[in-house]
Write a protein that binds this ligand. Structure first.
Ligand code: ATP
Ligand code: MG
Length: 138
Protein backbone atom coordinates (compact mmCIF):
# COMPACT_ATOMS: atom_id res chain seq x y z
CA UNK A 1 0.00 0.00 0.00
CA UNK A 2 1.28 3.42 -1.01
CA UNK A 3 0.81 6.73 0.81
CA UNK A 4 0.71 10.27 -0.54
CA UNK A 5 0.14 13.78 0.79
CA UNK A 6 -2.85 15.76 -0.41
CA UNK A 7 -3.54 19.41 0.36
CA UNK A 8 -6.81 21.23 -0.24
CA UNK A 9 -5.22 24.62 -0.86
CA UNK A 10 -6.60 27.88 0.61
CA UNK A 11 -8.66 28.57 -2.53
CA UNK A 12 -10.32 25.15 -2.24
CA UNK A 13 -11.17 25.70 1.43
CA UNK A 14 -12.56 29.19 0.83
CA UNK A 15 -14.63 27.96 -2.14
CA UNK A 16 -16.23 25.37 0.17
CA UNK A 17 -14.74 22.38 -1.64
CA UNK A 18 -13.49 20.31 1.32
CA UNK A 19 -16.44 17.89 1.25
CA UNK A 20 -16.39 17.64 -2.55
CA UNK A 21 -12.68 16.77 -2.70
CA UNK A 22 -12.93 14.26 0.16
CA UNK A 23 -15.94 12.65 -1.54
CA UNK A 24 -13.96 12.23 -4.78
CA UNK A 25 -11.14 10.47 -2.91
CA UNK A 26 -13.56 8.19 -1.05
CA UNK A 27 -15.53 7.41 -4.21
CA UNK A 28 -12.26 6.39 -5.87
CA UNK A 29 -11.61 3.88 -3.10
CA UNK A 30 -8.81 5.95 -1.55
CA UNK A 31 -8.48 5.75 2.24
CA UNK A 32 -7.93 8.91 4.29
CA UNK A 33 -5.36 7.92 6.93
CA UNK A 34 -4.87 11.37 8.47
CA UNK A 35 -6.48 14.78 8.09
CA UNK A 36 -6.18 18.21 9.70
CA UNK A 37 -6.73 21.88 8.97
CA UNK A 38 -3.71 24.16 9.20
CA UNK A 39 -2.91 27.79 8.44
CA UNK A 40 0.70 27.87 7.25
CA UNK A 41 3.11 30.68 8.00
CA UNK A 42 5.26 32.01 5.15
CA UNK A 43 8.36 30.11 6.39
CA UNK A 44 6.31 26.90 6.65
CA UNK A 45 5.05 27.32 3.07
CA UNK A 46 8.61 28.09 1.88
CA UNK A 47 9.90 24.95 3.60
CA UNK A 48 7.18 22.83 2.07
CA UNK A 49 7.87 24.12 -1.45
CA UNK A 50 11.68 24.29 -0.99
CA UNK A 51 12.27 22.33 -4.23
CA UNK A 52 10.49 25.13 -6.13
CA UNK A 53 12.72 27.87 -4.68
CA UNK A 54 14.23 28.81 -8.06
CA UNK A 55 10.90 28.99 -9.90
CA UNK A 56 9.75 32.52 -10.83
CA UNK A 57 6.40 31.98 -9.09
CA UNK A 58 7.88 30.82 -5.76
CA UNK A 59 7.12 34.01 -3.81
CA UNK A 60 3.58 34.28 -5.11
CA UNK A 61 2.92 30.55 -4.56
CA UNK A 62 4.13 30.62 -0.96
CA UNK A 63 2.11 33.82 -0.27
CA UNK A 64 -0.96 32.05 -1.63
CA UNK A 65 -0.35 28.89 0.41
CA UNK A 66 -0.31 30.90 3.65
CA UNK A 67 -3.22 33.19 2.69
CA UNK A 68 -5.78 31.08 4.59
CA UNK A 69 -6.46 27.67 6.08
CA UNK A 70 -5.69 24.53 4.11
CA UNK A 71 -6.57 20.87 4.74
CA UNK A 72 -3.68 18.40 4.72
CA UNK A 73 -4.36 14.69 4.34
CA UNK A 74 -2.48 11.43 4.12
CA UNK A 75 -4.07 9.20 1.48
CA UNK A 76 -3.50 5.45 1.36
CA UNK A 77 -4.15 2.99 -1.45
CA UNK A 78 -2.70 0.99 -4.29
CA UNK A 79 -0.84 3.37 -6.66
CA UNK A 80 -2.36 6.26 -4.72
CA UNK A 81 0.35 8.74 -5.76
CA UNK A 82 -0.60 8.39 -9.42
CA UNK A 83 -4.29 7.88 -8.73
CA UNK A 84 -4.43 11.14 -6.78
CA UNK A 85 -2.57 13.01 -9.55
CA UNK A 86 -5.13 11.64 -12.00
CA UNK A 87 -8.07 12.83 -9.90
CA UNK A 88 -6.37 16.25 -9.54
CA UNK A 89 -5.66 16.82 -13.25
CA UNK A 90 -2.86 18.81 -14.88
CA UNK A 91 -1.21 21.73 -13.06
CA UNK A 92 -2.72 24.14 -15.58
CA UNK A 93 -6.48 23.65 -15.20
CA UNK A 94 -6.99 24.66 -18.83
CA UNK A 95 -5.07 21.52 -19.83
CA UNK A 96 -6.62 19.28 -17.18
CA UNK A 97 -8.83 16.41 -18.34
CA UNK A 98 -12.58 16.67 -17.98
CA UNK A 99 -13.94 15.49 -14.67
CA UNK A 100 -10.73 16.26 -12.75
CA UNK A 101 -10.75 18.43 -9.63
CA UNK A 102 -8.65 21.16 -11.24
CA UNK A 103 -10.66 21.22 -14.46
CA UNK A 104 -13.88 21.49 -12.48
CA UNK A 105 -12.85 24.00 -9.82
CA UNK A 106 -9.48 25.74 -10.42
CA UNK A 107 -9.60 29.44 -11.23
CA UNK A 108 -5.93 30.09 -12.07
CA UNK A 109 -2.69 28.15 -12.77
CA UNK A 110 -1.66 28.96 -9.17
CA UNK A 111 -5.07 28.69 -7.49
CA UNK A 112 -5.62 25.10 -8.53
CA UNK A 113 -7.43 23.78 -5.44
CA UNK A 114 -5.28 20.75 -4.60
CA UNK A 115 -1.72 19.57 -4.18
CA UNK A 116 -0.53 15.99 -4.47
CA UNK A 117 2.92 14.46 -3.99
CA UNK A 118 4.55 13.59 -7.32
CA UNK A 119 6.81 10.66 -6.29
CA UNK A 120 7.39 8.30 -3.39
CA UNK A 121 10.38 10.41 -2.28
CA UNK A 122 8.35 13.60 -2.23
CA UNK A 123 5.45 11.79 -0.53
CA UNK A 124 7.76 10.67 2.30
CA UNK A 125 9.14 14.20 2.75
CA UNK A 126 5.74 15.89 2.52
CA UNK A 127 3.91 13.49 4.88
CA UNK A 128 6.70 13.91 7.44
CA UNK A 129 6.52 17.69 7.03
CA UNK A 130 2.96 17.83 8.42
CA UNK A 131 2.35 14.62 10.37
CA UNK A 132 4.08 12.47 12.96
CA UNK A 133 3.62 8.70 13.08
CA UNK A 134 1.01 8.86 15.89
CA UNK A 135 -1.28 10.97 13.71
CA UNK A 136 -1.38 8.51 10.81
CA UNK A 137 -3.80 5.57 10.98
CA UNK A 138 -3.45 2.41 8.93
P1 ATP B 1 1.42 20.63 -6.74
O1 ATP B 1 2.89 20.49 -6.45
O2 ATP B 1 0.77 21.82 -6.04
O3 ATP B 1 0.65 19.37 -6.54
P2 ATP B 1 1.97 20.32 -9.53
O4 ATP B 1 2.90 19.23 -9.10
O5 ATP B 1 0.89 19.99 -10.51
O6 ATP B 1 1.23 20.95 -8.29
P3 ATP B 1 4.24 22.06 -9.70
O7 ATP B 1 4.98 22.24 -10.97
O8 ATP B 1 4.83 21.23 -8.61
O9 ATP B 1 2.77 21.54 -10.08
O10 ATP B 1 3.91 23.51 -9.15
C1 ATP B 1 3.53 23.70 -7.81
C2 ATP B 1 2.40 24.71 -7.74
O11 ATP B 1 2.92 25.97 -8.17
C3 ATP B 1 1.24 24.47 -8.70
O12 ATP B 1 0.27 23.57 -8.19
C4 ATP B 1 0.66 25.84 -8.82
O13 ATP B 1 -0.13 26.18 -7.67
C5 ATP B 1 1.91 26.69 -8.85
N1 ATP B 1 2.38 26.93 -10.22
C6 ATP B 1 2.90 26.02 -11.08
N2 ATP B 1 3.23 26.59 -12.25
C7 ATP B 1 2.91 27.91 -12.12
C8 ATP B 1 3.02 29.04 -12.97
N3 ATP B 1 3.53 28.95 -14.20
N4 ATP B 1 2.59 30.23 -12.49
C9 ATP B 1 2.08 30.34 -11.22
N5 ATP B 1 1.96 29.31 -10.37
C10 ATP B 1 2.36 28.11 -10.81
MG1 MG C 1 4.34 19.48 -7.55
Amino acid sequence: MEKTLSIIKPDGVSLGLVGEVVKRFENAGIKISAMKMIHMTKPQAEGFYAVQRERPFFDSLTDFMCSGPAVVMVLTGENVIGKNRELMGATNYKEAAEGTIRRDFATDIEKNVVHGSDSSDSAAFEIGYFFNQLEITG
